[in-house]
Design a protein around this ligand. Structure first.
Ligand SMILES: N[C@@H](CCC(=O)N[C@@H](CS)C(=O)NCC(=O)O)C(=O)O
Length: 198
């Protein structure tokens, strides 16, 4: 299995999934932003993450992570029981739509647009949409992780997107900050982060 990566990008979510599963893999860092890349991503739109497993090629972070869980039948990370899977899928969908859309739009403005070229109206709009989505994350205090006792794929996507929101200084409850910290202190996350940022 080969995964194409770039530091501080979504490829971290795939490496984290692989580390949680404990599957062997090879990671290849691509030259994402260079005008003359020495290593390009084979992704059809030149992005990361991109993944290959013998004759299978997959783009899109969630599709790769679900493939990995199903390939390795990781029942805890991505349950097969339909009720549990539906709960994990609900959080995955929330993470990638309501939460990630404004957070990623805001992050891109802050990272790629020079300060003197940013539109205050646009920034305020993304900030308010991101704050609304973060305020809608109600963690159940009886649950260890977002869907219950087990750490799942939903925690990888939710905690990483909430981390992006935190980096954009979106206000959040202490309980959410603690949730992010607990997720990011998992040994699998720490190994994945180290590999992704090489
Ligand atoms: N929907 C895609 C988004 C992938 C994506 O936009 N990746 C960024 C890095 S986090 C990228 O490759 N950007 C470079 C580009 O758009 O050319 C996914 O979830 O995998």
């Amino acid at each position: 299995m080969k995964i194409y990566t770039y530091p501080k990008s979504r490829s971290l979510r795939v490496l984290w999934t692989l580390e949680e599963i404990g599957a062997p893999y090879e990671s290849v860092k691509v030259d994402l932003l260079s005008p003359n890349p020495s290593m390009e991503s084979p992704h059809p739109r030149g992005k990361v993450p991109f993944f290959t497993d013998e004759d299978i090629s997959i783009s899109e972070t969630l599709a790769i992570c679900v493939y990995l869980c199903e390939r390795h039948t990781d029942e805890a990370l991505y349950p097969t029981k339909i009720e549990k899977k539906a709960t994990v899928n609900s959080w995955l969908s929330f993470a990638l739509t309501d939460l990630e859309t404004p957070v990623w739009s805001l992050l891109k403005q802050l990272i790629y647009v020079p300060e003197n070229q940013r539109s205050p109206d646009l920034l305020n709009y993304f900030r308010s949409e991101a704050s609304k989505a973060v305020s809608q994350v109600n963690l159940n205090e009886n649950y260890k992780w977002i869907t219950g006792e087990n750490f799942t794929l939903a925690d990888i996507f939710m905690s990483h997107t909430l981390l992006w929101a935190k980096l954009c200084r979106i206000p959040m409850d202490k309980s959410i900050e603690h949730y992010i910290d607990r997720a990011m202190n998992r040994p699998a996350f720490l190994r994945a982060q180290e590999k992704n940022n090489l």
